[in-house]
Design a protein around this ligand. Structure first.
Ligand code: G16
Length: 543
């Protein structure tokens, strides 16, 4: 088969963000754009040469085109073996599972996560390394550096490859194996949870819905919840992956999954509802008339880890991203286990998980996971909650409320200012940084600032430093305001403001969240001069 070398020029915007390279589809459709980035991965990640690569995505528009190009480039770049999810499909946690179980040297996940899809939507590429997790910063920096000097890429001339039938075929010297995208992952889940207990729960009066949001988790949820666990047919809604996610925003939060939230309210409310996102790594947990915040969900799962067959003696440690509420810290302190605060991005949990320092980790951005893979895992969190409900035989609300009675409640909310001008956003953050030395001991409203800093993290395992990871303003009674710019948007900048206030076990736990956080919300706008700098009166999204 003929190998072609194509001359090219660098694109200046190929720096990966919080989670891979995410751009509008039209950006990826530019001649050479995708190829340059893929060549930068193949040329810098030497273990891939002669090794095994896992390939799949969330099924969004442009996946099929990208997979054909990547296969031809992989074959031309000396990859020996490529495992492709049938139809080009693999959820992000399933890709992580396949990389680990097949001893692959890495994987490419084609997804822009929860961002909308379709010809005018977003596309993305994530490179995961041999531990199954997102590439750490030193790897993404090397890929970016290469992309800035690239002059050539190489690919095989070949007819389109059939990725829809299971089985093996050759492309040049490379073996392509089209695999069932669900099988390895479903088998792993049966090791993690008590499927018999969950089946028994689902066989009774218990009513649940799982919203796959027209994205990748449909086939996984149908196979695991309906076929293996015996949930009623129709439990999984919006279960057929579509290239444009039916024009919806597959972001599992109360704003974007409003239909599911409604199913948990009123006379015919279901007992439990959950949703996952475009690529299956996020989760939202709901009970009858209750939304479980991702930070609380992590804390509750950590507090009850001994309910899961994989952790009969509980867990050794936990980690959360810095802006995530400190609810899990309370659990760690009570249980005497380690607790780490990392920057935003699942990649920062990898070294802690690999070293056995933690078992569970999570983020406010609807991500929860464990050491079973190296990605956050939407269905894992759903099964964990089902396992918990099966063991405790209490409602979601009862479990959450008794957790608050034991550990106190961290009232928590994120206010997003979306698609603001990039220069304004950077100016706002710079001004905040300038104020930091003056803030400690200042009295603001009825609060006193205890500390104010720009979060910097030294990985305790590999000792790499990541600085400027978000501005934290902490108050003496435990409240916090955190500011950072999102690393996953594709239009302008998104300013995220995270608000947190703790009320102890004896405090009131049934108050309105935005009311409890009202003073902090006002302060957050004043301290950062949000209106003057961005022109925005109020956030575009409150979660
Ligand atoms: C990605 C990362 C997460 C991160 C989230 C939000 O999630 O994997 O670790 O918390 O983005 O990041 P940001 O606040 O920078 O937008 P996903 O589900 O989009 O891949």
């Amino acid at each position: 088969m003929h190998k072609t070398i194509v001359n090219t020029q660098p694109f200046s915007d190929q720096k990966p963000g919080t989670s891979g390279l995410r751009k509008r589809v039209a950006v990826f459709q530019q001649p050479h754009y995708l190829e340059n980035f893929i060549q930068s991965i193949f040329s810098t990640q030497s273990p891939l040469s002669g090794g095994t690569l896992v390939l799949g995505g969330d099924g969004r528009f442009y996946n099929q085109t990208a997979i054909q190009i990547i296969l031809r480039m992989a074959a031309a770049n000396g990859i020996a073996h490529c495992l492709v999810g049938q139809g080009g499909l693999l959820s992000t946690p399933a890709a992580s599972c396949v990389i680990r179980q097949h001893g692959a040297q890495g994987g490419l996940i084609l997804s822009a996560s929860h961002n909308p899809a379709g010809p005018s939507g977003d596309f993305g590429i994530k490179f995961n390394v041999a531990n199954g997790g997102p590439a750490p910063e030193k790897v993404t920096q090397a890929i970016y550096a290469y992309s800035q000097t690239i002059r050539q890429y190489t690919l095989l001339e070949a007819e389109p490859i059939n990725i829809h039938s299971l089985g093996k075929q050759h492309l040049g010297d490379m073996l392509i194996e089209v695999i069932d995208p669900v099988a390895d992952y479903a088998a792993l889940m049966t090791d993690q949870f008590d499927f018999a207990a969950i089946s028994e729960l689902l066989a009774g009066d218990f009513q649940m819905r799982f919203d796959a949001m027209h994205a990748i988790t449909g086939p996984y949820a149908q196979a695991i919840l309906e076929q293996r666990l015996g949930a009623q047919q129709g439990t999984v809604i919006h279960g057929t992956p579509q290239e444009d996610f039916a024009g919806q925003h597959p972001d599992p939060n109360p704003a974007h999954a409003a239909e599911l939230v409604e199913m948990t309210q009123g006379d015919n409310a279901v007992d439990f509802a959950a949703a996952s996102d475009g690529d299956g790594d996020r989760n939202m947990i709901l009970g009858k008339d209750i939304f479980v915040s991702p930070s609380d969900s992590l804390a509750i799962l950590a507090a009850n880890a001994n309910c899961f067959p994989a952790y009969p003696k509980g867990i050794v440690g936990v980690a959360r991203s810095m802006p995530t509420s400190q609810a899990v810290d309370q659990v760690a302190e009570h249980k005497g286990i380690a607790c780490y605060e990392t920057p935003t991005g699942w990649k920062f949990f990898g070294s802690l998980l690999d070293a056995g320092a933690i078992h569970f980790c999570g983020e406010e951005s609807f991500g929860t996971g464990s050491n079973h893979v190296r990605e956050k895992d939407g269905l894992w969190a759903v099964l964990a909650w089902l396992n918990l409900l099966a063991v405790k035989r209490q409602s979601v609300r009862q479990i959450v409320q008794s957790h608050w009675r034991e550990y106190g409640r961290h009232y928590y909310s994120r206010h997003d200012y979306e698609a603001i001008d990039q220069t304004c956003a950077e100016h706002l953050m710079d001004r905040l940084r300038e104020q930091l030395p003056m803030l400690p001991q200042t009295r603001l409203a009825d609060l006193t600032v205890a500390y104010a800093d720009d979060f910097s993290y030294v990985d305790p395992i590999d000792h790499t430093t990541s600085s400027q990871q978000g501005i934290r303003i902490g108050f003496t009674e435990g409240s916090r305001i955190v500011y950072r710019l999102s690393g996953t948007g594709t239009v302008g900048a998104t300013l995220r403001v995270y608000l947190e206030r703790y009320l102890p076990p004896t405090g009131q736990h049934d108050l309105d969240i935005q009311q409890v956080l009202g003073t902090l919300a006002t302060l957050s706008r004043e301290i950062a001069d949000i209106k003057q700098i961005t022109g925005r009166e109020r956030p575009d999204l409150i979660v």
